[in-house]
Design a protein around this ligand. Structure first.
Ligand SMILES: Cc1ncc(COP(=O)(O)O)c(C=O)c1O
Length: 409
């Protein structure tokens, strides 16, 4: 920070302010976390200075004795950790990782299936506003209207009728476990590749708190900056026979030189994720989400699917006198940062939906436990009741600050 201050005080001040903000509020966006100091240091290292188009020991530029070792280490750690035959650690982030999968195994115009964005899927799983819905033919599957759970029977029917070449499993906003085994069966029945995007739940798949996608999936993608607590990046795991196509799709298909500083930070994060402490962390993420859900239910909130199996809960604001956007805005004024989100079969538009999505990965990294989640559920209850009352928001803001001070970064 001293170095930045000397050269660019404006940026240094903004980084300092953001550092303070991250410590002073409850960060409950389920896809966010705190990377460790070691991960941040690797991200800011001199590895950012090097160009290394290609792959370890097969580069287009000279001067790679250390970079090759860094990337080889990241690859072998990724394979070992997830039990995969092949890994590519170069995708710049989660969306480019998914794009590389399409590029590797499909031709433009081929048929794919993915979970509907409105049901909790991700943009890159076939939404019309992303490359995936523009360059491929897409059929989307979704949830049972009564239960809010994934409707696997309907998904199988759609797959049989539509005959996709690739099926995406995985979600950005689904509070329950995903049955990768059933989805693998469906994919095999119709001769499709199964791609599991475990960006949100990668940690839980490692700790055993969520079923592992292998051996059901042909390909697995994940971001590295969510529950894995790495740098902003992505990785792809796959069967060995698909490896060369994936490598070609990432480079030279879609990307240029890898971000070697990020690759090193991914390697560090994977080393951290292989420890028993990381498994304990993931167990606690799930326990905390369960305690938060229970605390909210006891305070009269309606939750999508009635609770959670994983790291997130989705509040259905329809019984409240505010929208998801109103509640998320009021929560931020009270020091609780979440995001407004669509609920299944939401009658409201995406810009002002009926839900608020809350997650526990970042709070758990700070060391918070079940009793803290109950306190937070109480804060959220007070904010929901007094969302237009500045005095209520100020009071909760003070209490949030006190809780945050108990768990310094
Ligand atoms: C399931 C899923 N896949 C992919 C992504 C995309 O990741 P990125 O924002 O790094 O492109 C996200 C991001 O939230 C996600 O939730």
């Amino acid at each position: 920070m001293d170095q930045i201050s000397r050269v660019d005080p404006e940026i240094a001040q903004l980084i300092a302010a953001e550092t303070k903000r991250q410590g002073a509020v409850l960060r409950m966006i389920p896809s966010e976390n705190y990377a460790s100091p070691a991960v941040l240091a690797a991200t800011g290292s001199v590895l950012a200075n090097k160009y290394s188009e290609g792959y370890p020991f097969a580069r287009y530029y000279q001067g790679q004795p250390y970079i090759d070792k860094v990337e080889a280490l990241a690859i072998s750690r990724a394979k070992d950790l997830f039990g995969a035959e092949y890994a590519n650690v170069q995708p710049y982030s989660g969306s480019p990782a998914n794009m590389a999968v399409y590029f590797a195994v499909l031709q433009p115009g081929d048929k794919v299936m993915g979970m509907d964005l409105a049901a909790g899927g991700h943009l890159t799983h076939g939404s019309k506003v992303s490359f995936s819905g523009r360059f491929y033919q897409v059929a989307q599957y979704g949830l049972n209207r009564e239960t809010g759970l994934l409707d696997y029977d309907r998904m199988r029917e759609i797959a049989k009728e539509y005959q996709p070449k690739l099926i995406f499993a995985g979600a950005s906003s689904y509070p329950r476990a995903i049955d990768f085994a059933i989805m693998g069966e469906v994919a095999r029945e119709v001769g499709a590749y199964l791609v599991t995007d475990i960006s949100h739940i990668s940690g839980l798949c490692l700790s055993g708190d969520h079923p592992h996608p292998l051996p059901h999936a042909d390909l697995v993608t994940t971001t590295t900056h969510k529950m894995l607590r790495g740098p902003r990046g992505g990785l792809i795991l796959c069967r060995k026979d698909l490896g060369p196509s994936i490598d070609k799709a990432v480079f030279p298909g879609l990307q240029g030189g890898p971000h070697n500083n990020t690759t090193a930070a991914i390697a560090v994060a994977l080393k951290e994720a292989a420890t028993p402490e990381f498994a304990d962390y993931c167990h606690q993420v799930v326990k905390n989400a369960g305690a938060l859900a229970q605390g909210l239910l006891e305070r009269g909130f309606k939750l999508v699917t009635g609770g959670t199996d994983n790291h997130l809960v989705l509040i259905d604001c329809q019984p409240l006198d505010c929208s998801g956007k109103d509640l998320a805005g009021a929560l931020e004024k009270a020091g609780i940062v979440a995001n407004a989100n669509k609920i299944p079969f939401d009658p409201r538009p995406a810009q002002d939906p009926s839900g608020v999505r809350l997650g526990t990965p970042a709070l758990t990294t700070r060391g918070m436990q079940e009793e803290d989640m109950v306190e937070i559920a109480e804060f959220i209850g007070q904010v929901a009741r007094g969302w237009q009352d500045q005095a209520v928001l100020d009071k909760v803001f003070g209490a949030v600050g006190e809780l945050c001070r108990r768990y310094p970064l």
